[in-house]
Design a protein around this ligand. Structure first.
Ligand SMILES: [Zn+2]
Ligand SMILES: [Zn+2]
Length: 429
């Protein structure tokens, strides 16, 4: 063994006598099985070994939640024989690589041994190649676009350094950029580098309302109609987001609804489905886009008819087809929570929700038509549409038959007819 390298086992034995050994090893909240596919995408300490004994970097775990051998690794893991040997083999001129100068700069700014930087740069490099392959097959098989040469097929050293700074802090259970200095953010502390000290991480930024009167994030449409007040964006809890699997992410720089080039997350009102995406546009823009497709798909599911009865050369047809395949919308079209929110904003769709048989029968009996009590408006519509309007009849034919033991009441059937008659001029939110 080289004089300058560290034997972690011996160091651990020596220090375990000095340190309080009661602290248990850090247990991940979100990664219960090391064979889980996500493990391959996490930053790890340099090692030649590949497999479940690899040790996660755990950059965002406070030091007092680590076991002694994990603290040891944090202190000396960059200087083991393997680590130094692998660092010396790092190819600084390959594609998706760091230059030696950028590797040195990042190691000094993040206050870690350079082998942690080069080893994880190598990990990130193979992830980049994997993602390129995914991107290519997505283009080919989902977007059905022909292959084109990418303008910039690889990242240069400066871009890799930024990507690596993010990568190292996308920790196993928590994403928090302690060192972030982008977009007006301030690094958490000048003395703290990549590794979290004793203090638990705290939220530092929030998404602030832009205040524009026409912004759909700040002023949701139809809020007066809703039975319960709920907003599109929960500004109060925007500093931190916990995904359904328990993974937590913090907002790492100041932002508003008009900030562009963002990564955003949406959780279904049911609380059981997450969606994460990025956009070069703003949050308000993507919310409008998702609302349009989400509403269209729920409309189509409830009524059985396409929302936009376009011609054969409908310019949106391709986009709609692609959206129809997205799991996000497939979920919301089947989810009771999402459907409830939709009906809350668009109550005219209640007539497409069938009633249990006995309820419909009771309602029909109670509402047996009497000339003096019928809605003159409805009667007028029925009178004009029943005979003349084949279009409305076609729409009515497309409404899915209720499942066994459910049915539409007479009132609902009338309302459906009225709905389709007014369909051309109605709007959903
Ligand atoms: Zn706004
Ligand atoms: Zn849901």
């Amino acid at each position: 063994m080289d004089f300058n390298t560290i034997d972690l086992t011996r160091a651990e034995q020596a220090t375990s006598l000095l340190i309080n050994n009661e602290q248990q090893e850090y247990q991940s909240r979100t990664l219960l099985d090391k064979n889980n596919g996500r493990y391959a995408y996490l930053p790890i300490f340099p090692t030649e070994y590949v497999g479940p004994n690899e040790c996660l970097v755990l950059a965002n775990v406070p030091v007092n939640r680590l076991a002694p051998h994990q603290i040891n690794r944090r202190q000396y893991g960059a200087y083991t024989f393997d680590a130094l040997m692998l660092m010396n083999k790092y190819n600084y001129s390959d594609e998706f690589s760091l230059s030696e100068q950028d590797a040195n700069e990042l190691a000094s700014r993040l206050q870690v041994g350079k082998s942690i930087i080069t080893f994880n740069a190598q990990q990130l490099r193979s992830i980049c190649h994997t993602l390129l392959v995914f991107h290519e097959s997505f283009r080919r098989y989902v977007l059905c676009k022909s292959d084109v040469a990418l303008k910039e097929p690889t990242l240069n050293s400066k871009q890799m350094a930024i990507a690596l700074e993010f990568y190292l802090q996308i920790d196993v259970d928590l994403f928090y950029m302690k060192t972030c200095s982008f977009r007006g953010a301030e690094p958490r502390s000048k003395i703290e580098g990549l590794f979290c000290g004793r203090d638990e991480l705290q939220a530092r930024y929030t998404l602030t309302p832009c205040g524009n009167l026409f912004c759909l994030c700040c002023h949701p449409l139809n809020s007066h109609k809703k039975t319960q007040k709920w907003s599109v964006v929960d500004f109060n809890s925007s500093s931190m987001h916990r995904f359904v699997n328990g993974y937590t992410t913090y907002l790492n720089c100041p932002a508003t609804c008009t900030t562009s080039n963002i990564i955003y997350a949406m959780t279904c009102p049911c609380g059981h489905y997450d969606y994460i995406d990025s956009t070069a546009k703003t949050l308000a823009d993507v919310m409008a886009h998702h609302r349009e497709h989400g509403n269209r798909i729920i409309h189509e599911k409830l009524t059985g008819s396409p929302l936009f009865r376009g011609s054969q050369i409908d310019p949106d047809e391709r986009e709609n087809e692609m959206a129809n395949q997205m799991r996000l919308y497939q979920h919301s079209a089947r989810c009771a929570g999402a459907l409830r929110s939709f009906l809350d904003c668009n109550p005219m769709y209640w007539c497409f929700i069938p009633l249990p048989w006995d309820e419909a029968v009771t309602e029909n009996a109670a509402n047996r038509p009497k000339p003096s009590t019928t809605d003159p408006n409805l009667d007028a519509v029925i009178a004009t549409t029943a005979v003349d309007n084949r279009r409305v009849a076609n729409y009515l034919d497309n409404v899915l038959l209720p499942p066994t033991s459910y049915t539409f009441s007479f009132r609902q059937l009338k309302q459906q007819r009225l709905f389709f008659d007014r369909f051309a001029t109605s709007s959903i939110h």
